[in-house]
Design a binder for this molecule. Structure first.
Ligand code: ACO
Length: 437
């Protein structure tokens, strides 16, 4: 599997100024598609040097056969299938099956999978007591971090992570229970009773009912909203080695309880540079208020001193349109039409998109709308409060997280993740006794 590349190293980038040239031979590994990687695993052993790559700008942290992104083309493939085709032709649970097991299910496999997942939708009654320990005005992501981690204290029947069957049961439980946990976080913040799952509904339909139904009234799931919800879940299901997935892998690499690892993923997703972006997009659109304020806002974004970003734009990997953003844009229009909602935020968003896409600042930096640019508008139209947006992302991404966790634990050569560092602190020195300092 290995070609050989020779690297000449030396003066430039040698911060000690020693200028000593060095030549190393590194194997090159080839994936099925995408850039080759230099295998530096033996670099320290052979040269006494580490690589330095904060932010993982040039580092493949693992091998994976789950998701492929071509950022220049704007292509996203789950197990080889383009996201556009999956969003159009497959349900979220089909996509979950695909991500977990590598192939799309046939009808019988899908039915069995759906039944199994829907059988696990309830959470232990005691889980409800965790919610009551939180302040009602707590951010739902803080609640979700807590209750997801709390699941680690249940299910003692499947804690052997080296047993493939235990891993599979854990995956079913997580995918099934996440909508219940998210809806409970919403109900708790509203002061409404928790709604039990209804396993006769679809995955998305059940989630909508748990979110919006109350025990005193019948609730009918709107099929257009149900389809939009399902599509939002599909678009967010996985995205290779993003910050939260890498966190889940790193946490899992120590052999930690999988529910605790997913809680770590939830925590990472919360940040505004990651899953918190759609919440931030909506705040930004509300602050801009009106289409006529768009040019002034764009000027502020371009002013490096202002520290203002155009939220929902830009991506570490996509240097072209995020393919998910295109689908989200269409879904956004469908939902607003179906619900007869006219949202000034959408007008501001469309104007921002138009102005930004023709502005050299964004063109030169290859900044395009990402998935979060439209998702917030859809979620708001459906009636989901802004602080809940990231919880929905977490719900959908749970499948990706657990698929990566299963892939990693299943690898025969799996090792604990342990990055090294470029130390810039004080060199060794002696402690001066307190009275003499
Ligand atoms: N608005 C304005 N300028 C931007 C933006 C933006 N949204 N994104 C990047 N830039 C600029 C940077 O200031 C930088 O400019 P410079 O070269 O003059 O210094 C250049 O573009 C490169 O940006 P980086 O920050 O180096 O890009 P990076 O890959 O580190 O960041 C990120 C990617 C975090 C997504 C960034 O584009 C961003 O903050 N976007 C807004 C937040 C957002 O929408 N996040 C959602 C990501 S998608 C997801 O998690 C589902």
């Amino acid at each position: 599997m290995a070609n050989v590349v020779k690297l000449k190293n030396g003066g430039a980038g040698d911060n000690k100024g020693s200028g000593n040239d060095m030549s190393v031979t590194l194997p090159v590994l080839h994936g099925t598609v995408g850039p080759d990687v230099l295998d530096v695993r033996a670099l320290y052993k052979n040269t006494g040097k580490f690589t330095y790559d904060p932010g993982f700008m040039s580092t493949a942290a693992c091998q994976s056969g789950i998701t492929y992104i071509d950022g220049d083309k704007g292509e996203l493939l789950y197990r080889g299938y383009p996201i556009e085709q999956l969003a159009e032709k497959s349900s979220y649970l089909e996509v979950c099956y695909l991500l977990l097991f590598g192939e799309l299910p046939n009808r019988a496999q899908l039915e069995e999978f759906e039944d199994t997942v829907m059988d696990h939708t309830m959470v232990h009654e005691q889980v409800a007591t965790f919610y009551h320990g939180f302040r009602p005005d707590a951010h739902p992501m803080s609640i979700l971090c807590g209750v997801t981690g709390a699941l680690a204290s249940f299910y003692h029947d499947s804690t052997d992570i080296h047993n493939p069957r235990h891993r599979e049961v854990t995956a079913y439980r997580l995918i099934a229970k996440m909508p219940t946990l998210v809806a409970m976080a919403h109900k708790y913040s509203m002061g409404q009773p928790f709604m039990y799952p209804d396993n006769n509904l679809s995955y998305a339909g059940n989630f909508l009912r748990m979110m919006f139904a109350v025990p005193t009234k019948d609730y009918e799931v709107n099929p257009i909203v149900e389809q939009a919800m399902d599509r939002i879940f599909t678009l967010h299901a996985d995205h290779e080695q993003n910050a939260s997935t890498s966190t889940v892998r790193l946490a899992g690499s120590s052999g930690a309880n999988p529910f605790a690892c997913i809680a770590a993923g939830v925590a990472t997703l919360w940040g505004p540079l990651h899953g918190g972006a759609n919440e931030a997009v909506l705040k930004m659109l509300q602050e801009i208020k009106n289409e006529k304020n768009v040019p002034a806002f764009i000027d502020k974004v371009k002013d490096k001193l202002s520290d203002t970003k155009l939220m929902g734009f830009g991506h570490r990997v996509y240097k072209n349109f995020d393919p998910r953003a295109k689908i989200m844009r269409e879904t956004c229009h469908d939902v607003l039409k179906e619900l007869n909602v006219s949202d000034p935020a959408l007008d501001v968003a469309l104007r921002l998109e138009e102005v930004a896409l023709s502005d050299p600042y964004f063109i030169e930096r290859k900044l395009y709308p990402n998935v979060d640019f439209y998702s917030g508008i859809i979620l708001r139209a459906i009636g989901i409060p802004t602080p809940m947006f990231t919880c929905l992302f977490a719900l959908a991404r749970t499948t990706g997280w657990i698929a990566h966790w299963m892939e990693m634990i299943g690898e025969p050569e799996q090792k604990i993740g342990r990055p090294r560092q470029l130390y810039t602190g004080p060199v060794r020195r002696d402690v001066v006794p307190l009275p003499k300092r």
